[in-house]
Design a protein around this ligand. Structure first.
Ligand code: DGY
Length: 319
């Protein structure tokens, strides 16, 4: 049997995933879960045929160009791949893969939590109890808005968006969606040809699309203004889809009643204006953070590596 390929793993992975990695590869693990700088990534990739990174490691064109020649595949532990410059990877002949499907349930679950948490003022309520500031109950105390029966607009009816729609139907929500094309079944909900057309129908707007040049900053002041007054914005996808200045302004003015957010610009340094507002329900990018899903993401990344090194096409190739 030939030498096992060397895989440089940038973050600490679930135990079962690291066990399989060590069984099948020369695995360069990160037991202390250090966050490597771009220079460290380039240096540590020397002699490795594969890198297994997370979305916390960024591979813009200049980093991709400086990767050692031996690196042939970047098998991401994430469904999102906006942290990798795909053009640069193609130019270098580096295959890029992601981990779709396996995190749709966990992310949809968190999306429902964001919707309910934002609508029912979960942050404010928890703070009152934890800080022993809760003094009384009255009919006017901590009144939020109901999720049940409201209109939910889903931007991006891909894998996660479709599961969110299914879960939301359990809350009798009316589903509206926008994507490049409608789904074959009309049961999916009401399709809108353009995002602008859909926005006036969204009591809740939930973002589930990739970051591309076309979607970066898509949710800006003009589009927020098209939402009904008192709408709620949910973002469990990527911060880059939203213009933070416009979001803060809409939350401050009451145009948006609330926002439930799990993904931010400039993570983990969340815009302090968002943390200062009472009407935000904020989570630290944990959409896929369940034991089941993190194992499945790791195994999916390994399946992609296995296929590549066996000379087959990796199932989740994005470049
Ligand atoms: C993903 O998989 O893209 C999640 O955001 C975690 O990286």
């Amino acid at each position: 049997m030939g030498l096992k390929p060397t895989v440089f793993v940038t973050r600490k992975l679930p135990l079962a995933v690291e066990d399989r990695l060590q069984r099948d590869y020369q695995a360069r693990l990160n037991p202390d879960d250090q966050l490597y700088s771009r220079d460290e990534i380039i240096a540590r990739a020397r002699g490795a045929q594969a890198i297994l990174p997370c979305h916390t490691e960024h591979f813009p064109a200049d980093v991709v160009r400086r990767l050692p020649d031996e690196v042939k595949i970047n098998a991401n532990f994430s469904v999102g791949y906006d942290h990798v410059d795909l053009e640069a990877a193609r130019a270098r002949g580096i295959v890029v893969t992601n981990t779709p499907d396996v995190l749709s349930d966990a992310t949809a679950e968190l999306t429902m939590m964001l919707m309910i948490g934002a609508a029912r003022r979960a942050s404010e309520g928890e703070k009152l109890v934890r800080e022993r500031l809760w003094k009384d109950w009255s009919p006017a105390f901590m009144v939020g808005t109901q999720v049940t029966g409201k209109r939910l607009g889903i931007l991006g009816m891909g894998r996660v968006g479709r599961v969110v729609a299914r879960r939301a139907r359990g809350f009798d929500m009316q589903i509206h969606y926008h994507d490049l094309r409608p789904l074959p079944s009309t049961e999916a909900g009401t399709y809108h040809d353009t995002l602008d057309d859909m926005l006036p129908y969204c009591d809740f707007l939930s973002l589930h699309c990739n970051v591309t040049p076309a979607t970066r900053g898509l949710i800006d002041a003009r589009r927020l203004a098209l939402l009904p007054d008192g709408a709620i914005l949910i973002n469990a996808a990527r911060g880059a889809l939203v213009d933070d200045d416009a979001l803060v302004q809409a939350l401050q003015s009451g145009k948006l009643r609330a926002a439930g957010i799990d993904a931010y610009n400039n993570e983990p340094n969340v815009d302090p204006r968002l943390t200062a507002l009472p009407n935000t329900f904020l989570m630290p990018h944990i959409g896929s953070a369940t034991r089941e899903t993190r194992d499945a993401m790791g195994f999916r990344a390994l399946d992609n590596l296995d296929a590549f090194f066996a000379g087959r096409e990796p199932g989740d190739r994005v470049a």
